[in-house]
Design a protein around this ligand. Structure first.
Ligand code: PGA
Length: 270
């Protein structure tokens, strides 16, 4: 079913839905997915709604031709922080620009905890993405161990302060942040309860406001980690949750479009 509703946003604020397809989907699978997702969501007013898809690097160029940039933003899952150089295996901002990327995902939990990226590296990437006029999507989140020790808020504040070191308030206006608790992500993950997610989003909002003033308070905050059709409609109405960043439950276009439709229906009713 195609979505054709109009939607006025969350109390005037825009709402965001996106997916990172991780190391899944070939070029052909990505283009089928995007073509279908665009068909299913083309009728939705984008005035206060932003949709984005972050496929594998090899699929980016074809992906760009499957959906217009004003309807579905295209993101990269990672980016090196130099324009060019002796960085085997890295991808440069110039290369991403060339294929029409708009959003750069930085510091996903799997980059930090499986591949060993540090806050210093995320900071280099955020600054590089801003220099190249991308929208950086900085991902932060505590591990289960840190949560058990009562360190969640400190960890989030550290990741924000270190990751956004040297970023000006003017630049921060182009930033998005995703709260993705490590323990909530993936097949072994347990989704954060809407109350817990809202509480952490409040901490993040406060920290960003301390760092950047009013601009910081307006940075879109997305929740990610085992979002599904059931919990999406409970998470999205929360005042500090501006969007959902979804993995597995969004990798079929019809299912993703259904989650978007459900959320917009809930928001239109409040
Ligand atoms: P998940 O992935 O929804 O499959 O838990 C979320 C993410 O890694 O961003």
């Amino acid at each position: 079913m195609t979505c054709t509703a109009t939607f006025s946003g969350k109390a005037g604020r825009p709402v965001y839905f996106g997916t990172n397809t991780k190391m899944y989907k070939t070029i052909a699978q990505t283009s089928d997915f995007l073509t279908e997702l665009d068909r299913l969501t083309a009728g939705l007013s984008r005035e206060r709604l932003t949709l984005f898809v972050i496929p594998s690097f090899t699929a980016l160029e074809r992906a760009r031709r499957c959906a217009p940039p004003e309807r579905i933003l295209l993101g990269a899952q990672n980016m090196g922080w130099a324009d060019e150089g002796q960085f085997t295996g890295e991808i440069s901002p110039l290369m991403l620009r060339e294929v029409g990327v708009q959003v750069v995902e930085i510091g996903h939990s799997e980059r930090r905890h499986v591949l060993g990226e540090t806050d210093w590296m995320e900071n280099q990437k955020v600054r590089c993405a801003l220099r190249h006029a991308f929208t950086p999507l900085l991902c932060i989140g505590e591990t289960a161990e840190q949560k058990e020790m009562g360190l969640s808020d400190e960890v989030l504040r550290t990741q924000l302060k270190a990751g956004l070191q040297g970023v000006t308030a003017a630049e921060a206006a182009r930033l998005w942040v995703a709260y993705e608790p490590v323990w909530a992500i993936g097949t072994a993950g347990v989704p954060a309860s809407p109350d817990y997610a809202e509480e952490k989003h409040r901490v993040i909002r406060q920290c960003l406001t301390e760092q950047f003033g009013a601009v910081g308070g307006a940075i879109p905050l997305l929740y990610g980690g085992s979002v599904n059709r059931e919990n999406a409609v409970q998470l999205i109405p929360r005042p500090n949750i501006d969007g959902l960043f979804i993995g597995r439950s969004a990798w079929e276009a019809e299912r993703f479009a259904q989650i978007i439709r459900d959320c917009l229906a809930v928001l239109s009713a409040v």
